[in-house]
Design a protein around this ligand. Sequence first.
Ligand SMILES: Cc1cc2nc3c(=O)[nH]c(=O)nc-3n(C[C@H](O)[C@H](O)[C@H](O)COP(=O)(O)OP(=O)(O)OC[C@H]3O[C@@H](n4cnc5c(N)ncnc54)[C@H](O)[C@@H]3O)c2cc1C
Ligand SMILES: *[C@@H]1O[C@H](CO)[C@@H](O)[C@H](O)[C@H]1NC(C)=O
Ligand SMILES: *[C@@H]1O[C@H](CO)[C@@H](O)[C@H](O)[C@H]1NC(C)=O
Ligand SMILES: *[C@@H]1O[C@H](CO)[C@@H](O)[C@H](O)[C@H]1NC(C)=O
Ligand SMILES: *[C@@H]1O[C@H](CO)[C@@H](O)[C@H](O)[C@H]1NC(C)=O
Length: 433
Amino acid sequence: MFQPALRTLAILGLLAYTSFAHRDEEVITRDIAIIGGGASGTFSAVRLRDQGKSVILIEKESILGGHTNTYQDPVTKVPVDYGVEVFHAQQIVKDYLDRLNVSWVVAPNFGVGSIYLDGQTAQPINYTSPDLPVARWQELLQPFGDFLAKHPDINNASLTIFRFGQGLGDFLVQPTLYVFKNFGLEIVQALSTGFLAVTSQNNYEIYDHATKLLGSDVLLSSTVISTLHREDNGVTLVVQTPSGRRIVKAKKLLIAIPQKLENLRAFDLDHHEAGLFGQFKNTGYWTSLVTNTGLPAGFNTISVGADTPYNLPNVPLVYAVVPTAIDGIFDIKYGSQSSLPDDHVRREILSYVKKLQDNGFAEKVEPEFVRFNSHTPFELTVSPEKIRGGFYKQLYGLQGYRGTWYTGAAFHTQDSSLLWNFTESHVLPGLLK
Ligand SMILES: Cc1cc2nc3c(=O)[nH]c(=O)nc-3n(C[C@H](O)[C@H](O)[C@H](O)COP(=O)(O)OP(=O)(O)OC[C@H]3O[C@@H](n4cnc5c(N)ncnc54)[C@H](O)[C@@H]3O)c2cc1C
Ligand SMILES: *[C@@H]1O[C@H](CO)[C@@H](O)[C@H](O)[C@H]1NC(C)=O
Ligand SMILES: *[C@@H]1O[C@H](CO)[C@@H](O)[C@H](O)[C@H]1NC(C)=O
Ligand SMILES: *[C@@H]1O[C@H](CO)[C@@H](O)[C@H](O)[C@H]1NC(C)=O
Ligand SMILES: *[C@@H]1O[C@H](CO)[C@@H](O)[C@H](O)[C@H]1NC(C)=O
């Protein structure tokens, strides 16, 4: 109800801004302003530029890459990818990496040699991985737990599906649709034919090369602090950068950050937009590298549940403790059904390592974080009722509304390759027009 008044204020603000207040402020004029330099935003910037559009990519962190986390041993320079690991061997991925001069290989399966431990107590569990069945696809709106109960023929696959669905929170209550979007045909195929991996095993190479390619078309450590105008005839944004404020004027806007209301406050949402984005719930997901654990080299676990349906572990939990290419450093990931404070998650991870020590897997020493990253909000979901009621139809209906387009996992799925494919075929055409 305050929207028109706010809009008027914003326009007055724009006049005041441009005519009096900050006369010296640099104005950046481009065809397309892109918000968020993760998988989708960076891809969009490269592809739009290559097709003759001028772009500006605005990323709040000091590097591009979003969920990509790469740590390099300061001495040996050995890289460890503890965020995004692998891609699909699709043409779009090969073309994109070739464009960025990033060498790739199609590698055999990854993630072998783990032992099963209880997700809460870190005690060994008498669990053997069952044979994988052929999946059946239907009744996608029911909670995944109900779906499994009705389909005993895929029960054997539940823990494998769970491993690929890290970050999806409580599997048994999530609508089945989200589970299968994360464990779709491409994943099933890649399990036998192999995933595509960056040869150097340093996924940040993609974003390092993209940063160099994009040059001054990237604003790092920058955020949009307000929107002065956003309509079919263009957008005007105020952006805070490390070297002061900039006015960004663009014909079109592409929002490639997780579309939660709290992330979109600076974009002057109207009631229709806010009403849709306000419906998203989110899970929590964290990555870390931990040293001085007391664990023996090669220690490798997957969390399961002792007395839970299908041996799926309860959330929140440590998903797995996996050795890395760097001696003494373990990759530990954590997940929850909704957001949690980072400090709480840090304590939970360290307390799990202590449990491993108490349970005799490790010597009693003081574990320390080498890296800790929040990927929260991770999976954005709405209820089955909302999906049935046409939520996604309305969400997709926002493409192009008020000069604004959207991409990213909330519009498709948490998978870089599939997001590049989706962005290329369903989002960029609207921006290229
Ligand atoms: C631990 C982990 C492992 C994964 N492994 C794989 C894998 O092996 N293969 C795979 O394909 N996918 C993997 N994924 C999923 C993949 O990372 C995501 O699907 C993909 O990154 C989503 O891309 P996106 O563009 O939607 O968002 P993101 O990559 O998250 O990008 C969003 C970007 O927006 C920035 N941002 C946020 N808010 C603002 C703001 N207000 N202003 C400016 N910038 C902002 C963020 O800093 C970020 O850079 C993994 C994810 C995680 C967390
Ligand atoms: C995009 O995905 C579809 C469906 O998986 C696939 O058939 C197509 O080849 C992909 N496109 C490219 C360019 O890789
Ligand atoms: C890729 O390599 C070619 C040939 O060396 C070079 O001309 C080009 O600038 C490089 N591009 C990127 C994005 O690194
Ligand atoms: C583990 O489970 C199998 C099959 O359920 C059973 O035969 C075996 O005795 C169990 N082992 C232990 C140590 O409990
Ligand atoms: C499930 O796994 C068990 C044990 O490995 C096996 O006997 C059974 O045939 C599997 N079921 C299906 C449907 O594949």
